[in-house]
Design a protein around this ligand. Structure first.
Ligand code: SF4
Length: 423
């Protein structure tokens, strides 16, 4: 049994209320959503049906899934998995159909990534590459817990943030190792058996790898056991392979089968179609919310339609009753145009959401004056945020009544004391 639930972070009622499903799955008191999806049969043959028919079937099954999820949340037992194709296989087939005219994200490139003769903004064909995977101890306390977040880092991105704090991964699509869905599933399987509290799908950006991730989750929902060859292949990108972790299969099971919360850690620049598939599979979401409604997303990340896409997706999470927390990185000289509007939108639309107002921006990638990649046009963000900028951001979050202290300050020595409020 995981000790995640014993941490004092859950004493914050707002955190507990926002992440209660995630905690239940992390501690194997409930089955993950992919396990529930596997119990809902479809009468279609997903491979033989048109894409239009598949989407209609997803729309038909989603309310049934939500109703079953509701009863399981309330304590009902998990029914037996479907014998034939289920909602899980339907999601996998839809992701692969999308890949052939790619519309995973709002670039809507419509390239056939299966053929791989033309490329979209992410520059990827169908193959996915993993840069590294490991027990991540740098995430928020409710995700990293005591054993780490089981993080799988994918390469490439659909945005072009000049300041990217993971530029080596996001700008180099050939970084890491090409990884098939069975090897991805083997990574998740091992991380969870080693005690990780969740499987944290992240990049670069993850939605551009939707097909591979959905395929891996589908395998995990269906009696998956990796072969020795797959385990050795997975080990190639395991950044903490020289540490020894004891494997405990019992810590990775609900009702005798693999179980783990799926954490979708994303820039949230993705289409409604991707959201609809992930609604079935993601137990907890960790969206970034970086830019205000002005031109900053274009100027700093060459990304159009940013504000309308991310706010629509965040509003959906709330409307759908999903577990999620938000990250906002305070950028130098962008407190008025980005931080304030972002915090105000959250306060107006999703005021209960936990928010991590992050201080760790440092000049990186094209904004790092010490780098050969540096461009003068990014001079305004070529420094760390000042204390004044950070204090102003936290003060605004507090004045708006946001739930941000726990997520933002869980590493401070005085975490949990009244001093935390003396910003
Ligand atoms: S994932 Fe986005 S950027 Fe990449 S090909 Fe698909 S629509 Fe284009």
């Amino acid at each position: 049994m995981s000790d995640l639930g014993t941490l004092r972070v859950w004493d914050d009622p707002a955190i507990w209320a926002a992440l209660m499903w995630y905690l239940d799955v992390a501690e194997n008191r409930r089955p993950a959503k992919f396990r529930i999806a596997a119990t809902l049969a479809t009468e279609l043959d997903p491979r033989e049906s048109s894409e239009e028919v598949l989407w209609a079937e997803l729309d038909r099954l989603t309310p049934i899934f939500l109703s079953r999820w509701g009863t399981i949340r309330a304590g009902a037992p998990l029914p037996r998995p479907a014998e034939g194709p289920s909602l899980l296989e339907l999601c996998r087939e839809l992701a692969y159909r999308m890949l052939a005219h790619c519309n995973f994200c709002p670039w809507d490139c419509r390239v056939d990534r299966v053929k791989g003769t033309k490329f979209g903004a992410c520059k990827l064909a169908s193959a996915s590459r993993v840069s590294s995977h490991f027990h991540h101890t740098g995430e928020e306390l409710f995700y990293r817990g005591t054993e780490g977040s089981g993080t799988i880092f994918f390469t490439s991105c659909n945005m072009r943030c000049a300041f990217c704090q993971n530029g080596d991964i996001s700008t180099d699509k050939d970084n890491g190792e090409e990884t098939d869905p069975r090897t991805l599933a083997a990574m998740a399987w091992t991380l969870r058996r080693e005690g990780c509290h969740n499987i944290n799908w992240v990049g670069g950006e993850v939605v551009i790898h939707l097909h591979a991730i959905v395929d891996a989750i589908c395998l995990l929902g269906r009696h998956f056991e990796p072969t020795q060859v797959e385990l050795v292949r997975a080990l190639k990108t395991k950044a903490d392979r020289f540490y020894s972790y004891d494997e405990d299969p019992g810590s990775a099971e609900y009702d005798g089968r693999f179980n783990a919360p799926m954490l979708w850690n994303s820039n949230f620049f993705m289409t409604l179609e991707s959201m609809k598939i992930l609604r079935i599979l993601a137990d907890v979401w960790l969206p970034d919310f970086k830019f205000g409604p002005g031109r900053c997303a274009m100027a700093l990340a060459k990304t159009p339609w940013y504000w309308e896409t991310v706010t629509r997706n965040l509003a959906l999470l709330d409307e759908w009753g999903e577990d999620f927390s938000i990250r906002h990185l305070v950028m130098p000289n962008h407190v008025e145009c980005c931080t304030y509007p972002v915090l105000e939108w959250i306060a107006d639309h999703i005021p209960k959401a936990p928010v991590n107002v992050m201080a760790q921006f440092h000049p990186d990638n094209f904004c790092d004056p010490a780098s050969v990649k540096y461009r003068d046009k990014y001079e305004e963000i070529a420094r760390r945020p000042t204390h004044r900028e950070l204090d102003a951001s936290w003060r605004r979050a507090r004045d708006l009544g946001l739930n941000f202290e726990t997520a933002s300050f869980d590493r401070r020595k005085d975490f949990g004391t009244p001093a935390i409020l003396e910003i």
